[in-house]
Ligand binder design. Sequence first.
Ligand code: PGA
Length: 313
Amino acid sequence: MDYRTPPGLEKPWTISLAQLRSFEAVERLGGVGRAAEALHLAQPTVSTQLRELAQGLGLTLFEPQGRGLVPTPAGRRLAQTVRELGACWQQFEDDVAALQGLRQGRLRIAAVTTTEYFLPDLLGPFARAYPGIAIELAVENRDAVVARLERGDDELAAMMLPPAHLPLARWPFLENPLVLIAPADHRLAKRRRLQLADLVAEPLLVREAGSGTRVVTEQAFAEHGIQWPARMALGSNEAIKHAVRAGLGLAVLSRHTLAADPASEGLVVLPVQGFPLRRQWQLVWRQDRALSLPARTLLDDLRSRLGSAPQPA
Ligand code: PGA
């Protein structure tokens, strides 16, 4: 423990901030009368403050010139120091106001369903650091998140396929590999290498219309020139996993929906050429709206922990 008073604070100060403020006004405006008017003080009050300040410091701060006052070199140096103190104090007040702004409030975030497997973990440190900020996480499929962005319901959205028709700032923050899954005991599970064409006889399970996962899946098949119509559409990633495990078909899902060891869930990732499909999770926000302090603070927190480059999944 250092018991010494920091340099500059060890002298018992006999001068006051009110004196310094009056002094600065006299130096800037060139006379006691004008300073008194600007500060809404009586002229004798300012004169007394100036005299006491000069005595307290043991310095001559002004010299009379004509009907006004001009600062001595020591007076000019003091005026500069007072302005620096003012800037420092302003910074303190801004910082405190910012801390108050984070003491309570609300932060609305929209997230596509697949991000529910990792987003709460990413929000954890921010949520613990600012317990007064209520986080509302709306988890919906892609089309619903786009509608929320159009209405401006949320400040931030986490998604894979941001819409092009809105003025959005985008920050890709995580890789999103999409894999082709089968039940762990599937006859093709032992194969070292597969082509999409090997699979098209199998029933295909897809997410509901409006899902970004479904859009990317259909795009990938079209790029490979593969016709693989869906046998069944299911409304959630978990429903698809259960259906695949039950042997109802194969599906393309984000790797994030699976356990570290998919076998523990009765599933297997098939080694299909062209897979995983490499996409990215992005955080987006409307450029035509100002972000609140909680939203900016969360972005700073994530950037400092994840870096600006996408992380490997
Ligand atoms: P979704 O998520 O399939 O749950 O819509 C993926 C996305 O759209 O980013």
